[in-house]
Every structure is written in structure tokens, then in C-alpha cells.
Design a binder for this molecule. Structure first.
Ligand SMILES: CCCCCCCCCCCCC/C=C/C(=O)SCCNC(=O)CCNC(=O)[C@H](O)C(C)(C)COP(=O)(O)OP(=O)(O)OC[C@H]1O[C@@H](n2cnc3c(N)ncnc32)[C@H](O)[C@@H]1OP(=O)(O)O
Length: 316
């Protein structure tokens, strides 16, 4: 029965049903986004026609899947700074879903097409001067992207080839492994308090899973951005590598992870992440309302406006 479940369903929810012996998908909250896995006739035909297939219809995101290695490369390409707009977040969630359902796919390397920026985080303009309904829709998309990435059963590696503040750091932290270019000009961290906003509990929980409680508390309160070397020191990044080798090092690291049998690694991953995922799933609607109320406040809108104005000033 366990083997059957593993072969027919995908996503961390499905893995954990096997691990915990949970009898029915409907009684497992994390099962919500598990999806059909195996076998799919279309996918078999697809495999015989091409080794590398590009499958993202968006110009803001490219996804190339290599059938031979089972590794997909997901590249953010939303100029000028790869900010996470509603559109890009939606594309990311769809793309991750497609990879999850592709039986040939075992791992994803996430990186940026931009030379110096991994991602500037959430698109601040999506959080300014918009109606409440827009804030609700935007925040649901942020949650959805996090659920897909943090809850992915695939091996996920972040090849961080530039700065990665706030939501950019969140995406990297969702991955199983983080490599960062050793350029001291780059930085990574959750800087929300510096914008006068608050990282929500699931950003905090994700960070705690990576660096522990003490470093998270200090980092979040002070909105700390770390250089690559500092990020390795606190455990936010696993390794720095010369800038020009980030991608190749990510491939080598991926090969190491893919030596582990998928089912054992997936069940282990889901055991580690289930509580954090369940926490958000149980409070998804109230989290959306909290965000919409918080971001609509005049004082918060003023903080964001001032932050964006400061960002637009010529850099010294
Ligand atoms: C009861 C409890 C209640 C609690 C409830 C909690 C509710 C939740 C609260 C809200 C939580 C929100 C969580 C937010 C997460 C985020 O991700 S916020 C975004 C944070 N991001 C940043 O601070 C990054 C800011 N950008 C930079 O630091 C730099 O731009 C860069 C990325 C390092 C790149 O630098 P550089 O190459 O020098 O480019 P710039 O010249 O600075 O920028 C180019 C243009 O891009 C614009 N821009 C930059 N970042 C963003 C962005 N994040 N969004 C939108 N636009 C951005 C920048 O303004 C420039 O624009 P122009 O001047 O018009 O060209």
C-alpha cells in the first residue's frame, strides 16, 4: 500500500501519508496540493521527442527540463530586479506544479537570469495604493508560491547569483540547499522591518527551520541583510562559490542529492516541514485578512512610500 501511494501521488503531503500511515487524503491537510504522478502517457511521449524541453509560457520565467538528468532549471527573468509581482508569483506556482506532476522530474535548480540580482523580493508596487481585494489576491499568490516551493517533493537547490532580500530570501530558504556567489556586494536576508512591515509567521518559521530561533529573532527584528560570507557563518547559505561557477556547482550538488532514493528523501523532507506547512494551511484565510488589513493602514502605506522613494534616490 505504501509503495502504491508513492508511485501514484506526488508532493510532500502524499509522502507524509505514507510515513505516518494516515489513511485518507481528506484527513491530511497537506494532501491539498498533492497531485497525480504516474504514469502519464503524454509524459512518456514527450520524453521520446526531446531531451530538454522548455515549458513556461511566461517571458518572466523560464523552465527547462532535462529528461535525461531529471533536473529542471527554473530561471527568474523579470527585469529590472526580479521582483515578485502577482503575475510572476502565479507563473511560479503553475511552473512548480507542472514540475511536480512530471514523472521525469526529480530536482529543480532555481536561479536568476539577471546578472546581479537573484530577486528583490515581493513587488512593493503590488502592496501600495491598491484596493483591498487586490491585496487579498496578491497575498494568496504569495502563499501559493510558498506552499508549492516549500512543499515540493523534488530536490530544490537555490543557485543564488545575486542579492536576495525579503521574498527573494524566502524563496531561497524554501529550497533544500543554497549556494551563493561569493561577491561581497551581494546580500541576503529578511529586511522587512526596515520597510516598516512585519515578516509573517510562516516567513519566520521558514527561517527558523534554516538558521534556528536565536539567529532568526535577531535577523528579523533588525531586518539584517547578510553578505555571502556572513550568510554562511549563520547558516542561511550552505556554501559560497566563485560567481562564475554558481550554476555548475549547483548541478554538482544536485547530483549528490539525487543519489539518495527519492521515496526516503521525500518522506524525510515532509516530516521536517509538515508542521510549518500545516500551520499556514490552518490559518490561510486569517493570514490573508491580517495582511490586507495591515498593508492598507495609512501608516504602513506611508512607510512603503518613503522606502520606495529612498530606493529611487541615486546611490552614493
Ligand atoms: C497582528 C500581527 C500583524 C502582522 C501581520 C503581518 C502581515 C504581513 C505584513 C507584510 C509582509 C510583507 C512581506 C514582504 C516581503 C518583501 O519581499 S517586501 C520587498 C523587500 N525588498 C526590498 O527591500 C528590496 C529593495 N530593493 C533593493 O534593495 C535593490 O533594488 C536591489 C534589489 C538590491 C537592486 O539594486 P539595484 O541594482 O541598485 O537596483 P535599484 O536601482 O535599486 O532598483 C531598480 C528599480 O527597481 C525598483 N525596485 C527595487 N526593488 C523593488 C521591489 N521589491 N519592488 C518593486 N520595485 C523594486 C527600484 O525602485 C528601481 O525602480 P526605478 O527607480 O523606477 O527604476
Amino acid at each position: 500500500m505504501a509503495a502504491l501511494l508513492l508511485r501514484t501521488s506526488r508532493g510532500l503531503g502524499a509522502c507524509l501519508r505514507v510515513a505516518t500511515g494516515c489513511p485518507s487524503p481528506s484527513s491530511c491537510v497537506v494532501a491539498a496540493w498533492s497531485s497525480a504522478r504516474w504514469p502519464r502517457e503524454g509524459a512518456v511521449a514527450w520524453r521520446t521527442h526531446a531531451q530538454v524541453r522548455h515549458y513556461s509560457s511566461s517571458d518572466k520565467l523560464s523552465i527547462d527540463m532535462d529528461d535525461k538528468t531529471g533536473v529542471a532549471v527554473l530561471k527568474l527573468s523579470n527585469p529590472p530586479v526580479n521582483s515578485l509581482s502577482l503575475e510572476l508569483l502565479t507563473e511560479l506556482a503553475i511552473g512548480l506544479d507542472k514540475l511536480e506532476m512530471n514523472p521525469s522530474c526529480r530536482g529543480v535548480i532555481m536561479t536568476s537570469a539577471h546578472p546581479h540580482i537573484f530577486s528583490a523580493g515581493l513587488d512593493v508596487s503590488e502592496m501600495m495604493g491598491k484596493p483591498t481585494e487586490h491585496y487579498r489576491e496578491f497575498w494568496r499568490a504569495v502563499q501559493e508560491m510558498w506552499l508549492k516551493l516549500y512543499g515540493s517533493s523534488l530536490v530544490t537547490i537555490a543557485a543564488i547569483n545575486g542579492s536576495s532580500p525579503a521574498g527573494g530570501c524566502l524563496m531561497a530558504m524554501c529550497c533544500d540547499y543554497r549556494l551563493m556567489a561569493d561577491n561581497p556586494k551581494y546580500s541576503i536576508g529578511l529586511n522587512e522591518t526596515k520597510l516598516g512591515i512585519v515578516a509573517p509567521f510562516w516567513f519566520r518559521d521558514t527561517m527558523m527551520g534554516v538558521v534556528g530561533t536565536r539567529v532568526t529573532e535577531r535577523s528579523l527584528q533588525l531586518g539584517l541583510m547578510y553578505s555571502p560570507a556572513e550568510a554562511v557563518h549563520v547558516g542561511l547559505v550552505d556554501r559560497t562559490v566563485p560567481e562564475e561557477t554558481v550554476f555548475e556547482e549547483a548541478r554538482t550538488e544536485m547530483a549528490r542529492w539525487l543519489k539518495i532514493p527519492d521515496h526516503a528523501r521525500q518522506i524525510t523532507k515532509s516530516m521536517m516541514r509538515k508542521t510549518t506547512i500545516d500551520h499556514l494551511l490552518a490559518q490561510r484565510d486569517s493570514d490573508i485578512s491580517n495582511f490586507a488589513n495591515f498593508i492598507s493602514k495609512d501608516s504602513i502605506q506611508k512607510s512603503l512610500t518613503a522606502y520606495m522613494q529612498a530606493l529611487r534616490q541615486p546611490k552614493k
